[in-house]
Design a protein around this ligand. Sequence first.
Ligand SMILES: *Cc1c(COP(=O)(O)O)cnc(C)c1O
Length: 457
Amino acid sequence: MKLPYAEPYKIKMVENISKSTIENRIEWIKNAKYNLFNLKSNQVFIDLLTDSGTGAMSDKQWSEIMLGDESYAGASSYFKLKNAISDILGFPYFLPTHQGRAAENVLFSALVKKGDFVPGNAHFDTTKGHIEFRKATAVDCTIDEAYDIENLFPFKGNVNLNKLEAVLKEHKNNIPFIIITITCNSAGGQPVSMQNLRDVKNLADKYNKIVVFDSARFAENAYLIKTREAEYKDVSIRDIVKEMFSYADVMTMSSKKDAIVNMGGFIGIKDEEIFKKATVFNIIFEGYITYGGMSGRDMNALAQGLHEGTEFYYLESRINQVKFLGDKLVEFGVPVQKPFGGHAIFVDANKILQHIPVEQYRAQILAVELYIEAGVRGVEIGTLLADRDPITKKDRYPKNEFVRLAIPRRTYTNNHIEYVAVALANVLNRSKKITSGYKIISEAPIMRHFTVELEKA
Ligand SMILES: *Cc1c(COP(=O)(O)O)cnc(C)c1O
């Protein structure tokens, strides 16, 4: 028999998590205004809200914490991280930031201005937020296959080159850069192929534009290239990563994802002029060049995390745990986005709750019901997240209403994952008895999903 993908680590320390009753949870979620972000962590049993900053650091990363150099300028921790970024990713310049959106804030302050257009593949919410905040427009050029959950195309994060070229032609003087998100979170944690990265870079060169990678899950993207793109079957993860980033001029990174730390981010830059421009904003918003929003100890843990996060056997067990959840859900008849992506399984609430009007936030309903059923917290990736159109102020209805079940790295066992799958199957089995959803009672002007308050419609 083929051996299963056992984790290449064992457990040295445990953290207790809280069980509760259905009655508790009905009360708690009502008090939380039906927004899962408002729950206390001890009201949650298995937390799949996000894979961001929720992973388990290794003993080596914790050792690095003790070795952190907290000097204001020129800390050894800065150089340790600089070397890791240069060796693994190939960027000679870098700026530390406190997390991924801070990297966007600094870089976009240097490059994006009012009236600009920024084409890419389904921009992440903070990325889009930082573009729209500057009165510029994010143009989604993702391939159409991405929105059909049954389409098994292996690289549903890809950019449609015709759509991209049309934008490049139409707005050629108002495009500061093209941004590619690897893996594409908003399209379901879907990877971008090496071929597509290369093609986008060629098109960018033709129009004399730079390419930025939004790189939070670059290592998972590399693993999916290795296992899905034939000519990379025998290429090492490190070599794949190097080639991927050879097609980028700049990268922004949320280290809370594939670098397996709880906090941190950075910008990797190849061009000295862009580095100088961004440095000004880094110093204003984040901190001096050699720490920019991070403590020395955290830069050390991050450098170590970049090494561990790009190891093949780690990535193999990680991606296969995500697949384990996907396979279980398919077995139970739950409609999910296929093929499975890198960090999460996306459940299609439109299919489960089509008897409820889409204006009542189907994916939010499903996420709340899953919480009530079993104390499992997922997150809505649907209309609440898509927010209102900045001009018409009307709700934007995305093609898919997803509940995302994001799996923290090295954190839960497959028993936990099976528990989640059974809980969701139970919700599916009683879904026809759910007859109504929610309406908004209060929301913020931008990125409303974090703080939105709801009541039963
Ligand atoms: C998480 C994430 C960000 C933002 O990073 P934070 O660390 O949460 O600020 C940006 N882009 C992508 C693709 C992400 O997944």
